[in-house]
Design a binder for this molecule. Structure first.
Ligand SMILES: C[S@@+](CC[C@H](N)C(=O)[O-])C[C@H]1O[C@@H](n2cnc3c(N)ncnc32)[C@H](O)[C@@H]1O
Length: 263
């Protein structure tokens, strides 16, 4: 079975990062929305019939249709190292015939490389309504949740991920390699690539996890007009892991102003 997400808190995340907009009547594309967990949040005010999830997990799309029959779930058979390894490489995003007020994307571009990030964001921006906003999340390797949330693990995003993938063991050589990287990808436990998309070939059976990390200063060079925001500092439910994902917010055109008030 392909991946079914159990993550929650997508609604408070995007609602907070976008400054609590009025979601009613707005068309929302959840790029990589999986089963549409955002709709299951009791506080979510997105109209189900104005919501589209486009995802490369075939089973998630079928399950989303079952859970939220008024919403729209569309399978997108694009290759992804961990989520759809038999998919089609570089498959263009289908035009759903809609222009969206919000395109949201939670924890997708932490599983793709730089080329795919740039290509996909350029495609997605064309599907925004004239005043629409695109918000995607990314992992900044340096973010340490304990700075914002005292009591949480005092560890950077990168160290946390390396330890999780390596049975709790720190891999100093990986930490050292990543120290000055603008961006990097980490395949499986320890196959780290610094500032390059190409990686060694893998047998299908050996393709497991793929994490990418982008330093916030570098995100600003890739998207000079973007607003970036750190993970929100709202109180999390007990035992809920602190948020690790930064947000990058863009408008439709590439020549927009970049002051916070624009958003
Ligand atoms: C970590 S999960 C997050 C799922 C969902 N956003 C959530 O918060 O529950 C990553 C998701 O991205 C999807 N995905 C990966 N590459 C994708 C792509 N190129 N286009 C659309 N979805 C993609 C995966 O199938 C998976 O559902």
């Amino acid at each position: 079975m392909s991946f079914i997400s159990t993550a929650t808190l997508q609604f408070p995340y995007f609602d907070h990062q976008l400054g609590h907009p009025d979601w009613r009547g707005k068309k929302v594309l959840d790029f990589g929305g999986n089963v549409g967990n955002i709709l299951g949040d009791p506080k979510c005010t997105i109209d189900h019939d104005h919501y589209w999830s486009l995802d490369v997990s075939r089973d998630a799309i079928e399950e989303g249709k079952r859970r939220h029959p008024a919403a729209h779930f569309v399978f997108y058979d694009r290759y992804n190292f961990s989520f759809n390894p038999t998919g089609i490489r570089d498959l263009p995003i289908p035009d759903l015939g809609e222009r969206f007020d919000y395109i949201i994307s939670y924890s997708i571009f932490s599983h793709t490389g730089k080329k795919e990030l740039l290509d996909t964001i350029a495609e997605l921006r064309k599907f925004l309504a004239p005043d629409g906003k695109l918000i995607f999340t990314y992992l900044d390797p340096d973010f340490n949740a304990s700075t914002e949330h005292p009591g949480y693990l005092d560890m950077t995003n990168f160290e946390k991920r390396v330890r999780r993938l390596n049975d709790g063991v720190l891999r100093p050589e990986l930490m050292a390699q990543n120290r000055d990287a603008d961006w990097s990808i980490l395949l499986n436990r320890d196959d780290l690539y610094i500032e390059q998309d190409d990686h060694q070939p893998y047998n299908l059976a050996d393709q497991d996890t793929y994490f990418s990390f982008f330093r916030t200063a570098y995100i600003h060079t890739l998207f000079p007009t973007a607003i970036t925001l750190p993970p929100p500092a709202f109180p999390y439910p007990p035992d809920y892991p602190a948020e690790m994902q930064h947000a990058c917010i863009l408008k439709r055109s590439t020549d927009e102003g970049s002051s916070v008030s624009d958003f």
